[in-house]
Design a protein around this ligand. Structure first.
Ligand code: NAD
Length: 326
């Protein structure tokens, strides 16, 4: 007969199996992960997480200040040491993301492949638009947009060939919604949403999933603008698991945009009002637009286009109006 003690033992065994199962479930053994800007802040957290979960990690960091000045190998080296310290596999790379091919080269030379790219490196050059210089504009575009492009571009042929890849690009709520003093940064961050959505479509036949996160985390980037208690609640550790999920082979989502911070995760999408179709045979006037304004911006009836074909559908049906008298 089975005694109570046996039952307790069996239940404990079952719980342990379940724990091991979920622990092993979403690991990265055999996967090579590039994390850019991994020497500090959110990127460092990503790198440590991937290292703990069995990945071989390329820890890229140019070691610059928040505004992109200087350079140092210390930031990347420290994180590599940390990963090796707990028995993980990691290699440092000190190139700017603008030299994406060199970063991918480090992955190939050190580990023989590349499975995941986390485009995370970033800088700020906040100025009111009135005072923003060409340099403030260009530097921010170069690091965020060109940098993410260069790393993804260099990894892309490998991902196509192996029919596998996961790319996570880093946007910002500032890109999605705009913010005073950040015209350069918000333009760059929304550019990455556009790039991701196109890559998601181009990569779909090859099992390459591309997503965008808009994180919020207390790092040196935000420490100067947020109160200390908020910085504490916005630990980068509370962003990392979600990016780990997107980077995992079990993730099926592509072309998603997500806001993530302090353990809160949400998906963002474009919402479009039903709109108004004007008779177009003889054109229509500004006054007609004005008279329908309320309807144009009315979000009572909406759709959520996810590609240009869906976007075009309403305009195509509007063409049917061509024969309607104005
Ligand atoms: P951070 O300043 O703590 O870390 C960024 C890292 O990127 C630094 O180690 C820096 O040396 C590195 N870096 C900068 N330029 C580089 C380049 N050209 N090549 C390689 N490395 C480079 O910043 P963070 O707060 O961890 O931000 C990480 C990412 O998240 C950035 O893209 C940032 O724009 C974005 N983001 C952060 C927040 C937030 O709340 N912290 C909010 C929205 C978006």
């Amino acid at each position: 007969a089975i005694t109570d003690t046996d039952w307790v033992g069996l239940a404990e065994k079952a719980r342990e199996l379940k724990r091991n199962e979920s622990r092993e479930d979403m690991r990265f053994d055999g996967r090579v992960v590039i994390v850019t800007g991994a020497g500090a802040g959110i990127g460092r957290c990503y790198a440590l997480m991937f290292g703990r979960l069995g990945a071989s990690v390329v820890v890229n960091d140019l070691g610059v200040s928040t505004t992109g000045q200087g350079s140092s190998s210390r930031a990347a080296d420290k994180v590599v040491e940390e990963i090796k310290g707990f028995g993980g596999k990691a290699v440092a790379n000190y190139d700017s993301v603008e030299e994406g091919e060199k970063i991918v080269d480090t992955a190939i030379k050190s580990f023989g492949r590349v499975d995941v790219v986390i485009n995370n490196a970033g800088i700020l050059r906040d100025k009111s638009f009135m005072r923003m210089s060409d340099e403030d504009w260009d530097l921010v575009q170069r690091v965020h947009v060109r940098g993410s492009f260069k790393v993804a571009k260099a990894a892309w042929p490998f991902m196509i060939k192996q029919k596998y890849g996961r790319i996570v690009n880093t946007a910002s709520a500032v890109g999605l919604y705009g913010n005073f003093g950040q015209a350069n940064y918000s333009a760059a961050k929304l550019a990455l949403v556009g790039m991701s959505n196109t890559l998601a479509q181009e990569g779909s036949r090859f099992n390459i999933k591309v997503n965008t996160v808009a994180p919020n985390a207390g790092t040196r980037m935000t420490a100067t603008i947020l109160p200390p208690e908020i910085v504490e609640a916005l630990k980068p550790d509370f962003v990392a698991p979600f990016v780990g999920y997107l980077a995992n082979e079990k993730n099926e989502v592509s072309g998603g945009v997500f806001e993530v911070g302090s353990g809160w995760i949400s998906r963002v999408r474009w919402q479009r009002s039903r709109g108004v179709a004007f008779p177009i045979r003889n054109g229509f006037s500004i006054e007609q637009v004005a008279s329908k304004w309320k309807e144009i911006v009315d979000f009572k009836s909406v759709d959520y286009p996810t590609n240009p074909t869906e976007s075009l559908s309403m305009m195509i049906s509007s063409v049917e109006n061509v024969n309607k008298p104005s």
